[in-house]
Design a protein around this ligand. Structure first.
Ligand SMILES: [Zn+2]
Length: 443
């Protein structure tokens, strides 16, 4: 273990760089300054760039014509630490115990991006130069949806031109098992407001003659799925890319305990499309979920009203090549068709992000696999993830490049939760992984 590198991690984790909370704006800014200095001490030319929100820190080595340019992306902002009473030690006073470091931001994402930066520093110190041109971009707004990143990328497009992006902010299947995430699901969201009478009504005086918005909302929701869990919206699956045979075979061989989802969730049994495995459903099949539903009296006891309105919050996890805008149109048409008489529905569209997939057997993908193999000593796991990382699509749209997702987050690292932790072995492996990656990408 390199004590100086551990000290760096501890210093970084001490900043309560909570991006969503304006009382922490000063801490976010200080953290950006610390990061700039850390990049500079590792041999990069580094700068803090102001944005309309929190700053972006960018570091570069000496670029040489003819070498590939790799952007390494990370974020130095963190989620709020609440509820504080559930932490075993204060979230911004890093504690090392049993080979793990406990602090907010340890896995998500300071530990992972610092590993890249220190890996670069080691390589420059040992070899005088890197085999590739590097742009390290660490933003301070990932946890609030990166509102200023796309404008920043556009504004600095020339300066940030690159051939590939590498990000360590995804999962690792198991400790010691190098994991290459080559696909992510997309997302789109919609809220329905179902409106009936102008006010809550007496259900005895008016019941039976006026439609009930809560009932109507339930009818619309019930129409979204067939009984077997497949989605009933016409055209919903039309653009879904079928899973490839090699993916199904490779995923079936991954060391995922068969009852992992049940034990992680406490659900009484699994549910979903019967012709797909649990892993396939979560990584490569689209969903329609009710995230919230409500209306009418919510208090104790009974209150005999016909509510004036009800609401439904929906989100859809999308897979390649579904288009978020088209899905919203299809869903809206479907909901209109299944809206019973006597109510009106207003539709409010939420945020969207396209699904992402790259071919892991391309040149850069192969380099990533080689780096993982050299670091961890075995063939890496090739996976997709069910979550969405919209910036990956932004890199594709603005910079025209793919992203290598080489995450070090273990299933029990508790990101966004109390007692977030990072396995120190992963921190030091991450430093080695970065060196292996730059070497492989330079070949
Ligand atoms: Zn996060």
């Amino acid at each position: 273990m390199n004590e100086a590198q551990l000290d760096d991690l501890i210093a970084y984790l001490k900043f309560p760089s909570v991006s969503t909370d304006s009382t922490h704006s000063g801490d976010v800014l200080q953290c950006a300054g610390w990061l700039r200095n850390k990049m500079a001490s590792q041999g990069l030319e580094a700068k803090v760039h102001e944005t309309d929100g929190h700053p972006v820190v960018v570091g570069k080595n000496r670029h040489v014509e003819g070498r590939p340019t790799v952007m390494i992306y990370g974020h130095y902002d963190v989620q709020p630490a609440d509820p504080l009473e559930l932490w075993d030690s204060p979230p911004f006073e890093p504690r090392v115990e049993d080979g793990k470091i406990y602090a907010r931001g340890s896995t998500d994402n300071k530990g992972q991006n610092l590993a890249h930066i220190l890996g670069i520093g080691e390589m420059i110190a040992a070899e005088g130069d890197l085999p590739v041109n590097v742009i390290v971009l660490v933003e301070g707004e990932e946890e609030i949806g990166s509102p200023n990143l796309e404008p920043f990328l556009k504004e600095h497009k020339q300066d940030l031109a690159c051939d590939i992006v590498a990000v360590s902010d995804t999962g690792m299947l198991a400790a010691g098992l190098g994991t290459f995430t080559y696909g992510l699901r997309g997302i789109t969201c919609m809220e329905l407001k179902v409106r009936g009478p102008e006010m809550d009504l007496h259900s005895g005086v008016f019941g039976g003659s006026v439609a009930n918005p809560a009932t109507a909302a339930a009818q619309i929701v019930a129409s979204l799925h067939h009984a077997d869990g497949t989605i009933a919206v016409e055209g919903f699956y039309d653009r879904v890319l079928p899973l490839q045979e090699w993916e199904r075979e490779s995923w079936a061989g991954l060391p995922v305990p068969p009852d992992e989802t049940l034990s992680l969730t406490g659900a009484p049994e699994l549910f979903g499309e019967s012709e797909y495995t649990d892993t396939e459903r979560r990584w490569a099949r689209p969903t329609a979920e009710v995230n919230g539903i409500g209306g009418g009296y919510q208090g104790e006891g009974s209150k005999t009203v016909i509510p004036a309105e009800a609401f439904v919050k929906l989100s859809f996890r999308l897979v390649p090549d579904q288009d978020p805008g088209e899905i919203l149109d299809l869903v809206r048409n479907h909901c209109e068709k299944y809206t019973p008489k006597g109510v009106n529905v207003d539709y409010e569209l939420g945020h969207s992000g396209k699904a992402y997939v790259m071919d892991p057997q391309t040149g850069f993908g192969k380099a990533a696999q080689k780096a993982l193999k050299n670091t961890f000593g075995s063939e890496p796991a090739l996976i997709r993830e069910g979550g969405s990382i919209p910036i990956v699509q932004t890199f594709k749209d603005v910079l025209g490049v793919d992203t290598l997702l080489l995450g070090l987050a273990l299933p029990d690292c508790r990101i966004h939760s109390p007692n977030e932790n990072f396995l120190l072995q992963n921190f030091f492996d991450g430093i080695r992984l970065n060196r292996e990656l730059l070497k492989a990408l330079g070949q």
